[in-house]
Design a protein around this ligand. Structure first.
Ligand code: ATP
Ligand code: MG
Length: 348
C-alpha cells in the first residue's frame, strides 16, 4: 500500500459568509494522479490553494508525510503549482521563465540549460528558448507554465485547469503527455478540472465536489459505473435521470413501467432516482418493448447518433450507432444491469 503523502483533515474555509469548503477529508497517496472534479465555484481552487499553502484553512489540518504543515509557507512546501491563470514573468523569455527556480537554487548553468532543453521537449516547445512570453499563444504559455513547475521536480504538483485554454486536439495530446510525465517522473499530481472526460481519462482517483463538499471519491471506473447520487451521475457523464419507485428488491417502476433491476436493500415503495446512461438504451421495434416513444431529434456525433425519444412523461437521450429517424415510433429496451438506482439526494 502506497503511503499517504498529503492528508486533509476536516478542512473548512469561509470567505465572508461563503462556505467555500466544508469539512474536507481527503488523503492523497504517493505517485497518485488525483483529480478534483466539480462545477464552477465548488471549491477546487480553494482546496489546491490550501494544499499549496497560499490560503490558510479556517478549520482542520494539512499533513504532508504525516507532518502538520498547516502553517508552513508555500515556498517551504515540497509542492509546486500550475495556477489556473498561469503567472509567467512577462519580462523574461521562455528559457528564463523556466530556469528561474533552478537559478534561485544556484544550480550549475550547464545543468540548467540541459534541464530546460529537456523539459521544453516534453511540452512540445523545443526551440522556443528565446521567445518572449507576449509572442506566445495562450496554449504555448500554458505549456511554459507546466514546464516551469515540472523542471523543479517537485514531489507534488498541483495543477489548476492547466489545459483549459487549449483547443481540443492539443488538449488531448497534452493529457496523454502529462499522464506519461507523471508516471515517468513519479510525481504525485493533484489536478483540477471541470471536464469529466479529462478526469476519467487521466486520473487514478477522482474526487467529485459540489458546493464545498466531497460527494464521492473513487477510481474513474467506480465513479462512472457506481455513482453515489444523481449529482455525481449527472456530472460525470451524460445521463438520463428520472424519478422512480423501488417496488421491492430487484423491481423498480419509472416512466409508468415496471423494470427488473439488480439493486436491493431499499425500503418497499421507496422513492429513488433512476440513472440510465444514453449508451445503455437500445432502440428496438415498438412491439418488442414495454416502453415506447417517438423520436423527436437525431444528431450525428461522429462515432454514434444521439437520439431524443419522448414517451408520455419522459424524455430519453440515447446514443447508438443505429439510427431511427425523427417521427419514428420505437421501443426502448433497458437491461437490468443498465438501471442504476440511487437514493434521492436530500436537499440541505
Ligand atoms: N478570495 C476569495 N474571496 C471571496 N470568495 C472566494 C475567494 N476565493 C473563492 N471564493 C469563493 O469560494 C467558492 C469556491 O471557489 P473556488 O475558486 O475554489 O471554486 P472552483 O471550484 O475553483 O471554481 P472554478 O471552476 O470556477 O475555478 C466560490 O463561491 C468563490 O466565489
Ligand atoms: Mg478554480
Amino acid at each position: 500500500m502506497a503511503q499517504n503523502i498529503i492528508h486533509l483533515v476536516n478542512v473548512s474555509k469561509n470567505y465572508n459568509g461563503t462556505e467555500a469548503l466544508r469539512n474536507i477529508n481527503l488523503y492523497i497517496r504517493k505517485n497518485e494522479f488525483l483529480t478534483l472534479l466539480g462545477p464552477s465555484g465548488c471549491g477546487k481552487t480553494t482546496t489546491l490553494r490550501i494544499i499549496g499553502g497560499f490560503e490558510a484553512p479556517d478549520g482542520g489540518e494539512v499533513l504532508f508525510n504525516g507532518v502538520n504543515i498547516t502553517s508552513v509557507p508555500p515556498y517551504k512546501r515540497r509542492v509546486n503549482t500550475v495556477f489556473q491563470k498561469y503567472a509567467l514573468f512577462p519580462h523574461l523569455n521562455v528559457f528564463e521563465n523556466i530556469a528561474f527556480g533552478l537559478k534561485i537554487k544556484k544550480m550549475d548553468k550547464k545543468l540548467i540549460a540541459e534541464k530546460v532543453h529537456n523539459i521544453l521537449g516534453l511540452v512540445n516547445l523545443s526551440g522556443f528558448e528565446q521567445r518572449e512570453i507576449d509572442s506566445l499563444s495562450g496554449g504555448q504559455q500554458q505549456r511554459v507554465a507546466i514546464a516551469r513547475a515540472l523542471v523543479n521536480e517537485p514531489e507534488v504538483l498541483l495543477l489548476d485547469e492547466p489545459l483549459g485554454a487549449l483547443d481540443l486536439k492539443l488538449r488531448q495530446e497534452m493529457q496523454i503527455e502529462l499522464k506519461n510525465m507523471q508516471q515517468r517522473l513519479g510525481i504525485t499530481f493533484v489536478y483540477v478540472t471541470h471536464d469529466q472526460e479529462e478526469a476519467l481519462s487521466m486520473s487514478d482517483t477522482i474526487v467529485v465536489m459540489k458546493e464545498g463538499s466531497i460527494q464521492q471519491i473513487g477510481s474513474p471506473i467506480d465513479i462512472y459505473n457506481e455513482p453515489k447520487n444523481s449529482f455525481v451521475a449527472d456530472f460525470i457523464g451524460e445521463s438520463n435521470i428520472v424519478s422512480g419507485i423501488m417496488l421491492r428488491d430487484y423491481l423498480v417502476k419509472f416512466a409508468e413501467t415496471t423494470f427488473e433491476c439488480v439493486d436491493h436493500g431499499f425500503k418497499e415503495n421507496e422513492p429513488v432516482d433512476v440513472v440510465i446512461r444514453p449508451e445503455d438504451i437500445q432502440v428496438v421495434p415498438a412491439a418488442e418493448s414495454k416502453l415506447q416513444g417517438e423520436v423527436s431529434a437525431v444528431t450525428f456525433k461522429g462515432v454514434h447518433y444521439e437520439m431524443i425519444v419522448q414517451n408520455n412523461s419522459t424524455r430519453w437521450k440515447i446514443q447508438s450507432t443505429a439510427m431511427a429517424p425523427v417521427g419514428a415510433k420505437v421501443g426502448l429496451q433497458i437491461l437490468p444491469e443498465a438501471i442504476h438506482i440511487m437514493k434521492k439526494v436530500t436537499v440541505k
